[in-house]
Design a protein around this ligand. Structure first.
Ligand SMILES: Cc1cc2nc3c(=O)[nH]c(=O)nc-3n(C[C@H](O)[C@H](O)[C@H](O)COP(=O)(O)O)c2cc1C
Length: 184
């Protein structure tokens, strides 16, 4: 069977980001299960309807990458109880013109230094994914909330909290099985 092509969107543009560590951990640990491409949002311009008539090259490129993928994994921090502006900005671009995320299977994971592990941001994200322009399909249940993240990675960026690793393994496995059904 053909391997799934998955885009991993990183919702933080911080060099020292905890979610960057999580995204890299996912890219490494599950590389035998699917082909993954890391999408960073550092260079995306701010969404502006005036630019829609001649889309910036990077927007065209990112939309094509997403459109031709079999699924998306969004790894995001929580900023002030919601998703970071850079992630919302990217989704706004993807929702316009030839919409890039329609019926795209999406898995969500997030890490925060707080107690709730991005739970509130992920609730907002699910709402956004469900909007008409986006119309992506978020994996039901399977909520990867990594709280108190400073205790869960070592200095080299390895996830060292075994219950979190086991849970992530299960969610990724669920995502692959479910996404294949959505795409079939
Ligand atoms: C602007 C800002 C807002 C934040 N708001 C929240 C929040 O609402 N909930 C939370 O758990 N952590 C919050 N934090 C702390 C983040 O969980 C923590 O900085 C995390 O490491 C950010 O993810 P990153 O390292 O991947 O960029 C906030 C941090 C910043 C910079």
């Amino acid at each position: 069977m053909q391997r799934m092509q998955v885009v991993v969107i990183l919702g933080s543009i911080s060099e020292e980001s905890n979610n960057k560590k999580l995204a890299h951990y996912i890219l490494n640990r599950y590389k035998d299960l699917m082909d993954m491409h890391l999408m960073t949002l550092n260079d995306l311009p701010m969404y502006n309807e005036d630019l829609e008539s001649s889309l910036p090259e990077i927007v065209k490129e990112y939309k094509n990458i997403i459109r031709s993928s079999d699924g998306v994994i969004i790894v995001t921090p929580e900023y002030n109880h919601s998703i970071p502006g850079v992630l919302k900005n990217a989704i706004d671009w993807f929702s316009r013109g030839k919409r890039a995320m329609v019926r795209k299977p999406v898995m969500i994971a997030g890490a925060s230094t707080g107690m709730l592990g991005t739970a509130r941001a992920q609730m907002h994200l699910r709402q956004i994914l469900n909007s008409g322009g986006v119309s992506a399909i978020a994996l039901p249940g399977n909520e990867v909330f990594i709280n108190n993240v400073s205790d869960k990675f070592d200095a080299d960026g390895n996830l060292i909290h075994q219950p979190t690793i086991s849970f992530l393994d299960q969610v990724v496995s669920n995502f692959i099985e479910w996404a294949k059904k959505i795409n079939s």
